[in-house]
Design a binder for this molecule. Sequence first.
Ligand SMILES: *[C@@H]1O[C@H](CO)[C@@H](O)[C@H](O)[C@H]1NC(C)=O
Ligand SMILES: *[C@@H]1O[C@H](CO)[C@@H](O)[C@H](O)[C@H]1NC(C)=O
Ligand SMILES: *[C@@H]1O[C@H](CO)[C@@H](O)[C@H](O)[C@H]1NC(C)=O
Ligand SMILES: *[C@@H]1O[C@H](CO)[C@@H](O)[C@H](O)[C@H]1NC(C)=O
Ligand SMILES: *[C@@H]1O[C@H](CO)[C@@H](O)[C@H](O)[C@H]1NC(C)=O
Ligand SMILES: *[C@@H]1O[C@H](CO)[C@@H](O)[C@H](O)[C@H]1NC(C)=O
Ligand SMILES: *[C@@H]1O[C@H](CO)[C@@H](O)[C@H](O)[C@H]1NC(C)=O
Ligand SMILES: *[C@@H]1O[C@H](CO)[C@@H](O)[C@H](O)[C@H]1NC(C)=O
Ligand SMILES: *[C@@H]1O[C@H](CO)[C@@H](O)[C@H](O)[C@H]1NC(C)=O
Length: 466
Amino acid sequence: MPSVTSHLVIALALSTSSNALLSQRDDSTAVPSPFDNLEDVHVFKRDSSKTAEAPLVIYGDSYWMNASIGTPPQSLSFLLDLTRSRIEPAYTLDENYTCSDDELCSEFGFYKPTDSSTYQHLTYTQRHDAGVDYTYSDTITLGDHAADQAPLDIPSIKTQADSSLGLSSVNTSFPYILVDRGLTTSPSFSLIGDNGNTTTPSIIFGGINTSKFNGPLQAFSFADHTITNNPFVTLEADSLQLLTNTNDNSTYPIPSSTPIMLRTDELITYLPNSTVQSLYNDLNITTDGVISSSRFYGVLPCSRQESEFHTFSLVIGNMTFSVGWDELFVPWTRDGLCKFGIQAQESDYKTHAELGVPFVRRMYVAVDYNNQFVGVATLKDDDDQDEGEDEVVEIGTGTALPSAVGDWPASVTAYTPAASTGTAAATLTFTTATSSGGGVVPTGLSELGRALLVPGVLGMAVLQAV
Ligand SMILES: *[C@@H]1O[C@H](CO)[C@@H](O)[C@H](O)[C@H]1NC(C)=O
Ligand SMILES: *[C@@H]1O[C@H](CO)[C@@H](O)[C@H](O)[C@H]1NC(C)=O
Ligand SMILES: *[C@@H]1O[C@H](CO)[C@@H](O)[C@H](O)[C@H]1NC(C)=O
Ligand SMILES: *[C@@H]1O[C@H](CO)[C@@H](O)[C@H](O)[C@H]1NC(C)=O
Ligand SMILES: *[C@@H]1O[C@H](CO)[C@@H](O)[C@H](O)[C@H]1NC(C)=O
Ligand SMILES: *[C@@H]1O[C@H](CO)[C@@H](O)[C@H](O)[C@H]1NC(C)=O
Ligand SMILES: *[C@@H]1O[C@H](CO)[C@@H](O)[C@H](O)[C@H]1NC(C)=O
Ligand SMILES: *[C@@H]1O[C@H](CO)[C@@H](O)[C@H](O)[C@H]1NC(C)=O
Ligand SMILES: *[C@@H]1O[C@H](CO)[C@@H](O)[C@H](O)[C@H]1NC(C)=O
């Protein structure tokens, strides 16, 4: 009798609803032809717009996202990083591990993989057989949205106290994983600042909350602003304005076509030398902070933080984002010198100008990696927001960001979820040998396959006869 070899292609976690899982399993007895029902993925969506939100905290001049990992869920706050491309929960295998009060992990948590039933550690052979490029995975949950089998890098808490979540344009970053798992339609997100209040920043993956900003978003392409071939989120600004405590008003132009990279993990803003030096002259900030024979930080006595009151505004078109002087001091030496929060980009081995968190938190920022645009707007005051209205719109896969003005491209190549290509990271392929008349029936799965067949992990099974 001839034996038929079939590949059971498991497209992972296209749905997290167990009803959807059951109905899909029932359908699978009919042996769907390969991939013809990938559109069905969209049938299982819970919301009319596919978005996932999470609360943020701004702490230590960085954005942190509250989420959970594993089953049952372990609460964890992740440092958001626009330059990294992996999820890195700081972990320990020590069941009795405790953080001292002065460590970040006492506040933000850490990961105990051995307490999670959905934690996976793949061997080399399992990775090879499954065609995936990661070794560890577990479920990451934002509110009621679970991203199953999210690939992880797990740094030991002994070497890295904070957990981080990569938001970069590299296709292994978290926004792409949400697309792979069917939770959003595009690798995109909104970073909603708190206007300097430490209360209500948030992040929405895949969507825009139009009631949070004074529209329209003004959009900038960052397609050409790459470092090692990966585009980084950059915008352009016209000038920095200074309003001193004596009401002197000065404008420092920023050379046009200066891409300014957005940071969610740094206080200091780096701008071109020409902009910064004239500001330093006017404020009597010296470049006495010696780094090397050719590089100097702008420094000033920390006591000036309390004794003076100035305001800096970043001007972008008709928008201004204003930061108080007192937010721009970084302790530097024991004898009372502080690094100033606006530095020349030449001072610190930077390849781009960078915008630090004090300015970014005054913005509504929407990033879409499909079209490689970032939209920015000023935040509405709490009083002006339309409470209760569902004003969240999907960013989607079109050429333009919603509620935005920009010089849009004629077309974009939308990211194709790994699962639907049948080849990439989130699709696991198992070879099973069977023989039976007309139909193709899987007789068994590898050990790895069985491990994956747990509710919430298997979204859809497609039988592919070869
Ligand atoms: C952790 O603490 C418990 C209770 O104190 C103890 O029984 C166990 O042996 C400890 N585990 C390790 C790895 O030290
Ligand atoms: C976020 O997590 C931190 C640490 O667990 C907690 O203190 C804070 O209240 C949480 N914030 C929100 C908005 O959930
Ligand atoms: C400072 O000058 C700018 C440009 O001249 C102007 O738009 C702004 O309103 C001025 N601000 C104050 C507080 O005078
Ligand atoms: C920055 O500008 C100052 C003043 O114009 C100049 O003295 C200095 O050499 C410049 N530094 C660099 C690295 O270009
Ligand atoms: C500028 O700052 C230096 C020390 O940082 C101080 O000695 C000097 O008096 C200041 N000059 C003015 C005009 O404020
Ligand atoms: C600001 O500029 C944008 C883009 O040029 C424009 O669409 C918007 O109407 C302007 N807003 C105001 C309040 O002038
Ligand atoms: C920030 O707080 C101030 C008062 O502390 C309030 O007037 C303002 O509306 C708040 N802004 C936002 C965006 O919540
Ligand atoms: C959108 O913003 C409005 C106004 O602040 C708020 O009431 C609503 O909860 C937000 N929606 C989401 C999904 O964050
Ligand atoms: C992700 O990017 C890599 C290289 O940049 C590419 O080889 C791979 O096909 C991409 N994966 C998907 C699912 O687009």
